[in-house]
Design a protein around this ligand. Sequence first.
Ligand code: ZN
Ligand code: ZN
Length: 234
Amino acid sequence: MIIGSILSKAGRQAVDWLFPPRCAVCGSAESFLCLNCRELLPRAERPRCAVCWQPGGSSVCPKCERSRPAFDGLRSPYVFEAGARELVHGLKYQHQSVLAEPMADLLYRYLLDDPLPADVLVPVPLFFRRERIRGYNQSTLLARALARHLGLPPDDRTLVRARNTASQARTSNVDERRVNVRDAFRCRDRQLVGKRVLLIDDVSTTGATLDSCARALLDGGATSVWGLTFAHED
Ligand SMILES: [Zn+2]
Ligand SMILES: [Zn+2]
């Protein structure tokens, strides 16, 4: 056990020596997200819709007035631009799974100021084939790291993607995206009955994916669903 931990520490040091931490935004050799770039991340300033987090003047936007999403509300500390976009892309496409830790730390700081109701953290699932290609689900990494900060359990087993959907980036408009993800998720058991779920993803665009997940979670017995994503595409 002790030898194991010494070896793993030595292993980490060797990795640090071979691949010293570099800031994913500016490339400086300090850490995976340097202090300067962390301070410059574009914050999602208010006013915003209290439900879907779109920027705007009224407390609930006309779209949410017309048709409420299944989730209680969505929050993102950052706008999907500049450094926040670099981090999301780094975590998702450049295999920089190490970024999950500093990103979860920022989500945790955000929740200290603006707490959300939660008994359990659930990541938005990837279809398993896509996860196998990438080797991990970036939302699961964020949810696990944030759960450690909060002292809450993560649950990345109950909510599953029922069928593969075309990549959101390849579908053009809001309606197509909604159709694309409708009924794409389900709960495979009753683990979440009576639980307040905090649903985690790296980035939110129209909220259609989170809406579809929230529907499945409520069907699976969750009492409330709030969405928390690192960045929001305004
Ligand atoms: Zn930097
Ligand atoms: Zn809204």
